[in-house]
Design a protein around this ligand. Structure first.
Ligand code: HEC
Length: 158
């Protein structure tokens, strides 16, 4: 009985540790750029990241045309590595991504992926957790904006 419990707990914790999603709980190996093992940078980040996007104007209500184009792009270029839930595939699940990152950070990451992973503390922390470097997907600025709208829709924003 006790042994079974321990086994199940180990499985659950193990699941958290390998996950690079927002709910993952790391033990000792999360020494990211901020140097703090409980660094909030992996879960929430108010920075705009590095890149050309410094002031993204959001639409209210959502622009359904952009949502549809963003979904197409997701299907073709992103769904191999990202789920729409909070579950990790290769990269973090997208559920809640518009809450943990600013619109600017998301668009800079999507279009300026290499510089972000090289220099942005949050992106570096994600890389440490996921252990795979997201390849630059070569999307246009417009496509990045569409995919942001699709993410907002996925997060139930209006
Ligand atoms: C080959 C796998 C792969 C593909 C394809 C991919 N990504 Fe990623 N993505 C990752 C990984 C891995 C990470 C975690 C950061 C890192 O390790 O570089 C990530 C992280 C992200 C993040 C940050 C998520 C968070 O929780 O902060 C965003 C935003 C993102 N990707 C957007 C995209 C978009 C948009 C596309 C499609 C145009 C895409 N990704 C395609 C692997 C991928």
């Amino acid at each position: 009985m006790k042994r079974t419990h321990l086994f199940i707990i180990t499985l659950i914790l193990g699941g958290f540790i390998v996950s690079c999603g927002p709910n993952s709980q790391q033990t000792g190996d999360n020494q990211n750029a901020a140097g703090n093992k409980n660094s909030p940078s992996v879960t929430t980040d108010n920075s705009k990241g590095k890149g050309k996007f410094t002031d993204v104007q959001l639409t209210h209500p959502l622009d359904q045309g952009m949502v549809a184009k963003g979904k197409n792009l997701f299907d073709v270029k992103c769904s191999a590595c990202h789920k729409l839930t909070d579950e990790k595939l290769v990269g973090p699940g997208w559920k809640g991504v518009t809450d943990r990152r600013t619109p600017e950070w998301i668009m800079n990451f999507a279009t300026n992926t290499d510089e972000m992973i090289d220099k942005d503390p949050t992106a570096q922390a994600l890389l440490e957790k996921c252990m795979i470097r997201m390849p630059n997907q070569h999307i246009t600025d417009e496509e990045a904006r569409d995919v942001l709208e699709f993410m907002r829709n996925n997060d139930g924003k209006s």
